[in-house]
Design a protein around this ligand. Sequence first.
Ligand SMILES: [Zn+2]
Length: 320
Amino acid sequence: MTGFPSDLKHHRSFKKCSELWFEDGSIILEADNGTLFRVYGGHLTRCSSVLNEMLAEAEQSHDLFEGIPLVPMDDSAADLRCFLKALFDLKFYTKRGPEMELEDIISVLRLSTKYNTEVLRTQTLSILSTVFPSRLDVFVTTNEHKWRSRLTPRKLFTLANLAKEADATALLPSILYLCCRRDLVKILDGVETPSGSRAVLDGEIMRRIIIGRRALESLARTWTYSYLYDHNVPFEHQCEDSSRCRQFIHTKAKSIDSYPDVFLDPLAPPSLYQNFDGRVCRSCLRWMEGVVKVSLEHVWTCLPVVFGFPEWGSLVRVSE
Ligand SMILES: [Zn+2]
């Protein structure tokens, strides 16, 4: 460093990001791969105390690009692009829908936490809470949500780690529940990413998942699937054909137990209509439906505690 402004235009290979290149922008941020974003420094410093300090330091460093102060960042171009889009494009979140990818929102969460842009972070957490909600009815109605249905283990594990890192605890019970549904080997060993590295769960998160997974299977047996396993429970309802119904229930329980490696999911019981209708009497079918309905509510209520968190009410209060 000479102490004189040095224009780096000819020194390194840069690539301008055209959608975030404002000709009257006052500062240029450089991602870790040389992608450049020319934006308004005043807006950044107002949104973030962390960036305020970084930009003040950058002014002393004399690094310039085309005469504009340049700030090298250690963030990826993908993260920075989404973060800056969310800060400078008012339509970024209002346009959300099929075209928005979960990775984009994860990027915004990552950097809005890192740079302490509180308003943007709160807005991002609120959007994520519609995908990973605290209420069962919301979870069920958004079951086919595009973001959730497209979640690969890699994205899910990244999100679980990030939610912990970002202190977004209210999102974690439903995220960890979705992790539990994944193959145990993947939970333990992680999964390969397109770049050849591995997406591995954070140690504490993995511990919560392993312990929670066992607790959920126990809840499946004692609640959601209790009509299959608790053979001593008298048929208090008016069973129309006790020996046939009991025989079918016994066979069904044995068939589930013949797949010990499959996670017994207390929140995704088999469809009673598809699997039981016609094989047990109507009275038993209604009884099982009642058991499942009550069980889903109970298991969902237990979900945070199963993973070692406080109950839903305090998790949501803390996140508000
Ligand atoms: Zn019956």
